[in-house]
Design a protein around this ligand. Structure first.
Ligand code: ZN
Length: 243
């Protein structure tokens, strides 16, 4: 079974379409949360993902739109787009987002938006936080998003504090057969690791491999839509830099 793993679409339809076109054939799509926020196409992205995803999680921005997280906790630029997004979504899409869990298990994998111990809130951005969350992982392998940075953490043995950090080497499968893992495919719609291309991963359940992938998308089209909608320039510009 070939699984397309994506996270943090953030209402970026051009990036989502580029990933879907580039991914080849897959048997299941697992989405790790943050469908909306930041981007100009929340309605189209929800419609597209809803029919394709076998698993979909909610992220903090999705919860922001639903009112489960107060909007004053977001930065002013993010808050403005979340307020706008809330006005765009028809009731059926609000209902869809309300039904998404922030964490679940599938095929022996833990899927979470932020981290296994705090699925909505925690960012796994450093080895210490990764190690602590490897201890909290209910399965041998966990998939997470939220940081918008593609990365793999590998502990050969959970009893011995030794952690490998694997920066993505694109299109080279990583063997997941042994040890404990935390894997982040990166962000489809707003990468923050200095590479503006849309990020995703392919998980092969027979071969037990994980492959980081990257694909360019027409960033200027997305930016033009955001400009027309009067979105904060900070959000428009960052797409070009992947920051
Ligand atoms: Zn996000």
């Amino acid at each position: 079974m070939r699984v397309l793993v994506i996270s943090d679409i953030h209402a970026n339809l051009e990036a989502l379409e580029a990933v879907l076109a580039d991914a080849g054939s897959w048997d299941a799509l697992w989405f790790l949360g943050d469908l909306v926020g930041y981007g100009p196409d929340p309605v189209a992205c929800i419609d597209r993902l809803q029919v394709l995803a076998a698993v979909a999680l909610a992220g903090n921005h999705d919860w922001g739109v639903l009112g489960r997280i107060p909007l004053h906790t977001f930065n002013p630029a993010a808050r403005r787009v979340l307020e706008w997004t809330r006005e765009q979504l028809p009731p059926r899409q609000i209902e869809y987002l309300m039904g998404l869990p922030p964490q679940t298990e599938r095929e022996g994998f833990t899927l979470t938006h932020g981290s296994p111990r705090a699925p909505i809130w925690e960012y796994i951005l450093d080895p210490y936080t990764a190690w602590e969350n490897l201890q909290a992982l209910p399965t041998r392998i966990g998939l997470f998003g939220h940081t918008h940075v593609a990365i793999a953490y590998h502990a050969p043995d959970r009893e011995k504090p030794r952690l490998h950090i694997l920066e993505p080497r694109y299109d080279e499968p990583i063997d997941l057969a042994s040890g404990w893992w935390l894997l982040n495919p990166g962000s489809v719609g707003q990468p923050r690791d200095g590479d503006p291309r849309a990020a995703y991963a392919i998980l092969d359940l027979e071969a037990m491999t994980w492959t980081f992938r990257r694909v360019p998308y027409p960033i200027a089209e997305t930016q033009a839509k955001m400009r027309r909608l009067g979105f904060p320039s900070f959000l428009i510009e960052r797409l070009a830099y992947g920051e």
